[in-house]
Design a protein around this ligand. Sequence first.
Ligand SMILES: [Ca+2]
Ligand SMILES: [Ca+2]
Ligand SMILES: [Ca+2]
Ligand SMILES: [Ca+2]
Length: 394
Amino acid sequence: MRISLFRRLASTAVALGLGSLGLLGAGAAPAQAAVSDCPQGYFCAWGDTGSTGPMFKTQSSRATLGTWDNKFRLIINRTPGFACTFDAPNYVDGAGRYANEGFPTSIASRSVSSVKIVRTLRECDQEAYPYWLSETSPKAAGFGDMNGDRRADVLVRDLVGRLWFLPGDGGGKLVGSGGWNVFDAMVRHGDFSRDAREDVIVREKATGRLWLYPGTGTGGLGARKLLGNGGWNAMSRIAAFGDLTGDARSDLLAVERSTGKLWLYPGTSTGTLGARKLLGNGGWNGMNALVGVGDMNGDGRADLYAREASTGKLWLYPGKAGALGARVLVGTGGWNGMTMLIGNGDWSGDGRLDLIATQVESRMLYRYPGTGTGRLGAGDWLGGGDWWDLNGAF
Ligand SMILES: [Ca+2]
Ligand SMILES: [Ca+2]
Ligand SMILES: [Ca+2]
Ligand SMILES: [Ca+2]
C-alpha cells in the first residue's frame, strides 16, 4: 500500500513534466524558478504551481502548518531523507503522500496539514525500528540478551546505518546513531570481553578488520576494540557461537571463502581471539546461513544451525568437545524463503532455546519455538508486518 502511494506521487511528477531536479536546475523555465530556490536540506512548498510567490521551508517535522494549512500546491523535498505529507494535523491520515526523490510534486487537492521529515520511508507512519516481543525466560541463556533481563532481545540496523536495540517489549532504543553501514557482518553470542555482558562483533567491509563492541549491559555498546587487524574479508561467513572448546569462553566460527573450510577462533581470557582450529574440511560455502543457536538439544554444549543453499534445508550441527558432531535435519526445505535467521535464546519463556527469522517479502518476523531436542515446533508470525525497510538484524 505504501509503495503504491509512493508510485502515485512519482507519476504525478512525471505528468507535470518535472522528471528531475537536474533538468529544472539547468534549464529552469521562469515559472519554475522558485523550485530551485529551495535550499539543500529543506522541504519546501508554494501556494501555486507556477508562482514565484512566498515559499514555505522547513528542515524538521511540522505537526501543524499555521497559515500554510491546506495551502500547499507544489512541494519539493530536498532533505537527505523523506518528507511525508499528511492531510490532517499531527501526521494523521491514511492517505499520507510521500515526496522523496527531489522532484517537484503537485498537490492538486491543497489538503496538506502536516509534514513529517524522516530518514527512512518506514518512519512516515511507523517507528524507525520494527516490533519485537519476547517473554521472560526462567533461566538465562547467556546470549541473545544484551541487557541481562532474561528476555530475548534483537539488534536491528536500519537503511541509514543506525543501530536499534529492541528489548522485547515492543519498543526500541537507539544504540548506534549512525555509521553502521560500513559493516558487512554483524554477530553476537554472549560475552567475549569477560565482563559477563553480551558483546557485538562486526566486520568492516573496506578494511577486513574485525571489531568488538563491548556491551554495556543495558543494550548499549561501549568504545570499540580491534579484534582482528584485517584479512577477515577472506571469510564468506562469520558466526558468533558460544563455547565449543569447553573453557566457558565464547568462540567465533568463520567460513573461508576460497576453501569452504570452517574455522573455530577460540575466545581467550583477555577477550581476544586465539589461534584458529579447523572444524570443517570443506563444503561450508554451500551453507548460506550459520546461526549460533545455543544448546538446542539439551546436552550441555552449544550447537550450530546451518541453512543449505541448494536445498533450503535447515541442519543442526551438535556441539561436541571442540568439534561439531554428525548433522541432524531440522527443516526439510523452504528455509531459503527467510531473509535472516537469528538465534537469540528463549523468546517464548519456556526455558527452551528458540529461533526467529525475518522475511523481506512478507515484512514478517517468524518465531519458531525450540522443542528442547534440537528441533523446532511450528512457527508463527509476530505483529503486523513492519519488518521491512531495514538493513539487517542479529
Ligand atoms: Ca534482554
Ligand atoms: Ca562483554
Ligand atoms: Ca547441544
Ligand atoms: Ca523457548
